[in-house]
Design a protein. Sequence first.
Length: 275
Amino acid sequence: MAFIKSLGPLAIAAVFVFCLFNSTALAESSRQYLVLCGQKVVPSLFVFSVLGALVSQGEGLSKLCRRLPLWGTETAVLLLSLCGGVPLGPLTAAELYRSGSLNKRQAEYLCTFSCTPSLSFIISFVGGVLGGNKGTTLAILYAGVSVLTAVICKPLMLNPEERRLIPTVAPKSKTFSTVLANSATSSVVICGCVVFFGTMATMLPRTAGGFLEISAGIANCRSDVEAAVLLGFSGFSIFFQASAAVDGELSLKPCFGAKLFQAVLMGTLAYFIID
């Protein structure tokens, strides 16, 4: 057992030594991903993150949820995440748990399908890489797969008495300046994950590296199916962004399993629909 526990620090030490001997190449990779963040990630994310957070405070969305007694909360959280991207979905789930509106299992269930890149990112960034209308097609497929994930995970994770989530998702109201600051902080965290995991991905084969960081993987993908699989899984970078949002209060293990399912389903659908 002690040997197994020592593998983590040893692996980190090995990576550190490798980086020392490849510092010039890694510095160039970091520069490239910083440019990627400035040119692609932040422009396709920041404004929608601010707008998504503002929408989450509005009464209109809450009223819509109350009219959907069985799927109101799920619908609202998914809409927020698809509009604002990570970490808006897990962050909303964590806020609902902290407020007592949901128990832990219910909040973890929300994370399984709301830990998503935004539709604007898929349409603009992924579409820009693949060309044509493929970004829009993948965005539609991703939204559908997210809905299917919610439907499948609900009976698997929740007891019958837990399956009706309280249909109100509006978090505590925040000022515009606070929303702006929070979105800016989230963008910095996201860009930090992109730069770190993107740089680490340069040490791995192209496809394997894509599973570390979605932006890096999509930018280097060679087929629509490969892009769809990477988009479904969304990369380990996204898990760390979600982990920062839930601050250790929720387990993301169910979310990890759901993302593996989404990767397989997205790849299968892309093979038959796009390729």
